[in-house]
Design a protein around this ligand. Structure first.
Ligand code: NAP
Length: 215
Protein backbone atom coordinates (compact mmCIF):
# COMPACT_ATOMS: atom_id res chain seq x y z
CA UNK A 1 0.00 0.00 0.00
CA UNK A 2 1.23 3.48 -0.93
CA UNK A 3 0.73 6.78 0.86
CA UNK A 4 1.62 10.45 0.58
CA UNK A 5 1.61 12.30 3.91
CA UNK A 6 1.90 16.09 3.64
CA UNK A 7 3.27 17.62 6.81
CA UNK A 8 5.03 14.27 7.08
CA UNK A 9 7.98 15.92 8.81
CA UNK A 10 5.76 17.51 11.47
CA UNK A 11 4.63 16.24 14.86
CA UNK A 12 1.40 14.56 13.76
CA UNK A 13 2.52 13.74 10.23
CA UNK A 14 5.70 11.96 11.31
CA UNK A 15 3.75 9.77 13.75
CA UNK A 16 1.36 8.86 10.91
CA UNK A 17 4.32 8.09 8.62
CA UNK A 18 6.00 5.90 11.28
CA UNK A 19 2.81 3.94 11.93
CA UNK A 20 2.09 3.38 8.23
CA UNK A 21 5.67 2.21 7.61
CA UNK A 22 5.46 -0.10 10.63
CA UNK A 23 2.35 -1.61 8.99
CA UNK A 24 4.31 -2.22 5.76
CA UNK A 25 3.25 0.82 3.72
CA UNK A 26 5.52 2.67 1.28
CA UNK A 27 5.28 6.33 2.23
CA UNK A 28 6.39 9.68 0.85
CA UNK A 29 6.72 11.98 3.89
CA UNK A 30 6.62 15.52 2.54
CA UNK A 31 7.82 18.68 4.27
CA UNK A 32 8.36 22.22 3.04
CA UNK A 33 11.50 21.19 1.17
CA UNK A 34 9.28 19.08 -1.12
CA UNK A 35 7.25 22.10 -2.23
CA UNK A 36 5.41 25.09 -0.81
CA UNK A 37 1.82 23.91 -0.51
CA UNK A 38 0.54 27.49 -0.45
CA UNK A 39 1.14 27.39 -4.22
CA UNK A 40 -1.28 25.37 -6.36
CA UNK A 41 1.35 24.24 -8.87
CA UNK A 42 3.73 22.98 -6.17
CA UNK A 43 0.88 21.22 -4.37
CA UNK A 44 -0.35 19.40 -7.49
CA UNK A 45 3.15 18.45 -8.58
CA UNK A 46 3.99 17.00 -5.14
CA UNK A 47 1.06 14.59 -5.52
CA UNK A 48 2.08 13.68 -9.07
CA UNK A 49 5.73 13.08 -8.08
CA UNK A 50 4.74 10.95 -5.07
CA UNK A 51 2.40 8.87 -7.19
CA UNK A 52 5.11 8.36 -9.85
CA UNK A 53 7.69 7.44 -7.20
CA UNK A 54 5.39 4.95 -5.44
CA UNK A 55 3.82 3.54 -8.61
CA UNK A 56 0.36 4.77 -7.57
CA UNK A 57 -1.37 6.00 -4.45
CA UNK A 58 -3.81 4.37 -2.04
CA UNK A 59 -3.86 7.05 0.65
CA UNK A 60 -3.30 10.80 0.88
CA UNK A 61 -3.07 12.37 4.34
CA UNK A 62 -3.27 16.19 4.34
CA UNK A 63 -1.40 16.97 7.57
CA UNK A 64 0.51 20.13 6.58
CA UNK A 65 -0.39 23.28 8.44
CA UNK A 66 1.09 26.47 9.79
CA UNK A 67 0.10 29.73 11.42
CA UNK A 68 -1.06 28.39 14.78
CA UNK A 69 0.02 31.48 16.71
CA UNK A 70 -2.10 33.41 19.20
CA UNK A 71 -2.80 36.96 17.96
CA UNK A 72 -5.26 39.45 19.44
CA UNK A 73 -7.94 40.46 16.93
CA UNK A 74 -6.47 43.95 16.46
CA UNK A 75 -3.03 42.57 15.64
CA UNK A 76 -3.94 39.87 13.14
CA UNK A 77 -2.15 40.69 9.86
CA UNK A 78 -2.54 39.59 6.25
CA UNK A 79 0.57 37.43 6.57
CA UNK A 80 -1.09 35.57 9.46
CA UNK A 81 -4.13 34.91 7.26
CA UNK A 82 -1.96 33.70 4.39
CA UNK A 83 -0.06 31.36 6.71
CA UNK A 84 -3.21 29.93 8.28
CA UNK A 85 -5.10 29.40 5.01
CA UNK A 86 -2.23 28.52 2.66
CA UNK A 87 -1.05 24.98 3.33
CA UNK A 88 -4.19 24.00 5.27
CA UNK A 89 -6.90 25.07 2.84
CA UNK A 90 -5.36 25.70 -0.59
CA UNK A 91 -2.70 23.06 -0.03
CA UNK A 92 -5.17 20.36 1.03
CA UNK A 93 -7.33 21.15 -2.00
CA UNK A 94 -4.62 21.24 -4.66
CA UNK A 95 -2.67 18.22 -3.36
CA UNK A 96 -5.95 16.30 -3.46
CA UNK A 97 -6.59 17.57 -6.99
CA UNK A 98 -3.14 16.34 -8.06
CA UNK A 99 -3.62 12.98 -6.34
CA UNK A 100 -7.16 12.34 -7.59
CA UNK A 101 -6.32 10.39 -10.78
CA UNK A 102 -4.11 7.93 -8.88
CA UNK A 103 -6.60 7.64 -6.01
CA UNK A 104 -9.47 6.99 -8.42
CA UNK A 105 -7.47 4.18 -9.97
CA UNK A 106 -6.81 2.53 -6.61
CA UNK A 107 -10.22 3.38 -5.09
CA UNK A 108 -8.24 5.15 -2.42
CA UNK A 109 -8.75 7.40 0.57
CA UNK A 110 -8.03 11.03 1.50
CA UNK A 111 -7.71 11.95 5.20
CA UNK A 112 -7.79 15.61 6.21
CA UNK A 113 -6.11 16.40 9.52
CA UNK A 114 -8.50 19.03 10.78
CA UNK A 115 -8.78 20.53 14.29
CA UNK A 116 -11.52 21.05 16.88
CA UNK A 117 -10.81 24.72 16.11
CA UNK A 118 -13.14 24.18 13.14
CA UNK A 119 -16.01 23.92 15.63
CA UNK A 120 -14.94 26.25 18.47
CA UNK A 121 -14.56 30.05 18.31
CA UNK A 122 -11.16 31.00 19.74
CA UNK A 123 -10.71 34.82 19.63
CA UNK A 124 -6.90 34.59 19.71
CA UNK A 125 -6.90 32.23 16.71
CA UNK A 126 -9.38 33.83 14.29
CA UNK A 127 -7.52 32.94 11.09
CA UNK A 128 -6.69 29.43 12.31
CA UNK A 129 -10.34 28.73 13.27
CA UNK A 130 -11.55 30.05 9.90
CA UNK A 131 -8.95 27.97 8.02
CA UNK A 132 -9.85 24.82 9.93
CA UNK A 133 -13.58 25.37 9.33
CA UNK A 134 -12.84 25.74 5.61
CA UNK A 135 -10.72 22.58 5.58
CA UNK A 136 -13.46 20.64 7.43
CA UNK A 137 -15.94 21.75 4.75
CA UNK A 138 -13.53 20.56 2.06
CA UNK A 139 -13.72 17.08 3.61
CA UNK A 140 -17.43 17.02 2.82
CA UNK A 141 -17.23 18.80 -0.53
CA UNK A 142 -14.41 16.56 -1.80
CA UNK A 143 -16.21 13.46 -0.56
CA UNK A 144 -19.03 14.38 -2.94
CA UNK A 145 -16.71 15.46 -5.75
CA UNK A 146 -14.69 12.22 -5.69
CA UNK A 147 -17.44 9.70 -4.93
CA UNK A 148 -17.94 6.86 -5.51
CA UNK A 149 -14.34 5.93 -6.30
CA UNK A 150 -12.46 7.83 -3.60
CA UNK A 151 -13.45 8.24 0.06
CA UNK A 152 -12.63 11.50 1.85
CA UNK A 153 -12.65 11.59 5.67
CA UNK A 154 -11.34 13.86 8.40
CA UNK A 155 -9.80 13.63 11.84
CA UNK A 156 -10.31 16.63 14.13
CA UNK A 157 -7.76 16.38 16.94
CA UNK A 158 -7.83 18.28 20.17
CA UNK A 159 -4.61 18.56 22.23
CA UNK A 160 -2.38 15.76 20.93
CA UNK A 161 1.05 17.40 20.47
CA UNK A 162 1.32 19.84 23.31
CA UNK A 163 4.35 21.74 24.64
CA UNK A 164 5.39 20.25 28.02
CA UNK A 165 4.64 23.46 29.92
CA UNK A 166 1.05 23.46 28.59
CA UNK A 167 0.17 19.82 29.27
CA UNK A 168 -1.46 20.38 32.65
CA UNK A 169 -3.68 23.25 31.47
CA UNK A 170 -4.65 21.56 28.22
CA UNK A 171 -5.42 18.31 30.07
CA UNK A 172 -7.90 20.18 32.29
CA UNK A 173 -9.73 21.33 29.14
CA UNK A 174 -10.69 17.75 28.25
CA UNK A 175 -13.36 15.47 29.75
CA UNK A 176 -10.80 12.70 30.16
CA UNK A 177 -8.41 14.93 32.10
CA UNK A 178 -5.43 14.17 29.89
CA UNK A 179 -3.91 15.13 26.55
CA UNK A 180 -3.67 12.71 23.64
CA UNK A 181 -0.69 11.81 21.46
CA UNK A 182 0.18 11.91 17.75
CA UNK A 183 0.02 8.11 17.88
CA UNK A 184 -3.72 8.41 18.67
CA UNK A 185 -4.12 10.31 15.39
CA UNK A 186 -2.10 7.70 13.49
CA UNK A 187 -4.34 4.96 14.89
CA UNK A 188 -7.40 6.85 13.64
CA UNK A 189 -5.87 7.07 10.14
CA UNK A 190 -5.47 3.28 10.15
CA UNK A 191 -9.07 2.92 11.32
CA UNK A 192 -10.29 5.04 8.41
CA UNK A 193 -8.23 3.00 5.94
CA UNK A 194 -10.26 -0.05 6.94
CA UNK A 195 -13.61 1.73 7.33
CA UNK A 196 -14.71 1.32 3.74
CA UNK A 197 -18.33 2.44 4.24
CA UNK A 198 -17.25 5.79 5.76
CA UNK A 199 -16.91 8.91 3.65
CA UNK A 200 -17.57 12.61 4.13
CA UNK A 201 -17.37 12.48 7.91
CA UNK A 202 -14.77 13.35 10.51
CA UNK A 203 -13.66 11.72 13.73
CA UNK A 204 -13.36 14.13 16.66
CA UNK A 205 -10.32 12.91 18.61
CA UNK A 206 -10.12 15.31 21.55
CA UNK A 207 -10.68 13.55 24.86
CA UNK A 208 -14.02 15.35 25.06
CA UNK A 209 -12.56 18.86 24.57
CA UNK A 210 -15.54 19.99 22.49
CA UNK A 211 -17.97 18.99 25.24
CA UNK A 212 -16.00 20.44 28.15
CA UNK A 213 -18.06 23.47 29.12
CA UNK A 214 -15.38 24.90 31.45
CA UNK A 215 -12.91 25.37 28.59
N1 NAP B 1 -0.41 19.66 17.37
C1 NAP B 1 -1.66 19.47 17.77
O1 NAP B 1 -1.94 19.16 18.97
C2 NAP B 1 -2.79 19.60 16.78
C3 NAP B 1 -4.09 19.60 17.26
C4 NAP B 1 -5.12 19.72 16.35
C5 NAP B 1 -4.87 19.83 15.01
N2 NAP B 1 -3.59 19.84 14.55
C6 NAP B 1 -3.39 19.99 13.10
O2 NAP B 1 -2.54 18.96 12.62
C7 NAP B 1 -1.77 19.45 11.52
C8 NAP B 1 -0.30 19.18 11.81
O3 NAP B 1 0.04 19.79 13.03
P1 NAP B 1 1.47 19.54 13.72
O4 NAP B 1 1.29 19.87 15.15
O5 NAP B 1 2.00 18.21 13.31
O6 NAP B 1 2.30 20.72 13.02
P2 NAP B 1 3.90 20.89 12.90
O7 NAP B 1 4.61 19.97 13.84
O8 NAP B 1 4.14 22.36 12.99
O9 NAP B 1 4.21 20.40 11.42
C9 NAP B 1 3.73 21.13 10.32
C10 NAP B 1 4.03 20.36 9.04
O10 NAP B 1 3.51 21.09 7.92
C11 NAP B 1 4.57 21.35 7.00
N3 NAP B 1 4.31 22.66 6.36
C12 NAP B 1 4.02 23.83 6.97
N4 NAP B 1 3.85 24.81 6.07
C13 NAP B 1 4.03 24.24 4.84
C14 NAP B 1 4.01 24.74 3.52
N5 NAP B 1 3.74 26.03 3.25
N6 NAP B 1 4.26 23.89 2.52
C15 NAP B 1 4.53 22.58 2.77
N7 NAP B 1 4.55 22.04 4.00
C16 NAP B 1 4.33 22.87 5.03
C17 NAP B 1 5.85 21.35 7.84
O11 NAP B 1 6.99 21.12 7.03
P3 NAP B 1 8.49 21.40 7.59
O12 NAP B 1 8.77 20.32 8.60
O13 NAP B 1 9.36 21.30 6.41
O14 NAP B 1 8.44 22.78 8.23
C18 NAP B 1 5.54 20.20 8.80
O15 NAP B 1 5.75 18.95 8.17
C19 NAP B 1 -2.09 20.95 11.40
O16 NAP B 1 -3.02 21.15 10.38
C20 NAP B 1 -2.69 21.29 12.76
O17 NAP B 1 -3.60 22.35 12.68
C21 NAP B 1 -2.53 19.73 15.40
Amino acid sequence: MRALVTGGTGRLGSAIVDRLRAEGWSVVAAGRRDGDLRRAGAARSLAERASAELGGLDLLVNAAGEGFEPRPFEQLAETDWDAALGATVKGSFFVTQGAAPALRESRGLVVMIEDVAAYQAWPLFAAHCAAKAAQAMLTRVLARALAPHVRVCGIAPGPVAVAPEQVERRARETLLGRVGTPADVAAAVLFLVGADFVTGSSIVLDGGRLLQSKA
